[in-house]
Design a protein around this ligand. Sequence first.
Ligand code: GLA
Length: 406
Amino acid sequence: MKHSLIPSVVAATLLASAAAPELAAQKFEGLALTPPMGWNSWNTFASNIDETLVKETAEAMIANGMRDAGYVYIVLDDTWSTRERDPDGNLVADPDKFPSGMKALADYLHERGFKFGIYGCAGPRTCAGFPGSWGHEFQDARTFASWGVDYLKYDWCTSGTANAPDAYKRMSAALRAAGRPVVFSICEWGHNKPWEWAAEVGHLWRTTGDIMDCYDCKQRWEQGWKVILDLQYSLVQPHDGQNNGIGQYAGPGHWNDPDMLEVGNAGLTLEESRAHFSLWCMLAAPLMAGNDVRSMTPEINSILVHREALAINQDPLGKQGWRYYADSSKEIWVRELSGGDWAVCMLNVGDTAAELSIEWDRMYFLPKGAAVRDVWGAADLGRTAGTLTRSVASHDVLFLRLTAPR
Ligand code: GLA
């Protein structure tokens, strides 16, 4: 018997449209199976951004090994647009800063193996007073797609009494409707417990206010990395044994974001930069470099591209580390890795160098007799048994990878 073609075409079309949202969703899954890595303009350049800076940064990241180490998202933060939308309500790139336009800039980056990120805001104005996407979400998502945007950091200033999950869901839906896969970075500073609702909405969410380049200073809005580290521990209670607080919410495709890196910036010593980086690796944190990568020292460069450190950050199991021990001299953080391996990071919180110890036998959850590798020292330190004692500089770390006996 011969079937008419028409009903099956209609049926196929109907099926396709029913499946469209699902297909769109699939494009967004798998975008951040490990924590996203890249560079963001804000920490060093704030409003001093333009296309020359972006291009020079990209070239530097090719030459210094960052791109090939995985730092592929180049993200323009706040202040990239004109002060007002155009008469049709579109966002417009500031023609003085970006005379070639965003599409050309994205093409430039894509041709060199990078992905292009941009900043927006859920409120009517960004934190620096530029147009936000409130009421323009679908239009702006289409604009971003037409420019070739691959990553959107979406802020929360001027949001008033808006409901955060709803506002972020709206932009998430708008990005999916625009059809271009975009890593969606939620930046409401942890005010609305995003760890409880954002895994379905975006790929990473800020847990805290803004970072600044100091160890543990505190300003009204900005704070040093150690203050942020403490908050990762205390934001979610209770803690008992291996209940790792906020870490339980992280995993492949959805990450806690303790904010961008200050590694290499002036307010940190080399030891504090190295420790900051190590602990962000322990936290399975997104690694968005925030320094001037065109002029960094070789020591800072080698921290950022360190293969063994990055393997811990990018471990495919995607489990966030947790603070196992803290006293007035040291903290010990631990992180389970794939294949039964573990990472252990001991931080000297004191003001002077100190002999610090790890008592392996107390850490019942670690594999017995694991091989101990000193990541920064590039040395093998025997096996986990008894006590390991090392001299650690102030605010520096002993960063270890344990390989389970196979
Ligand atoms: C907020 C964000 C920062 C940065 C600025 C830009 O403070 O948390 O990361 O994007 O806005 O104005």
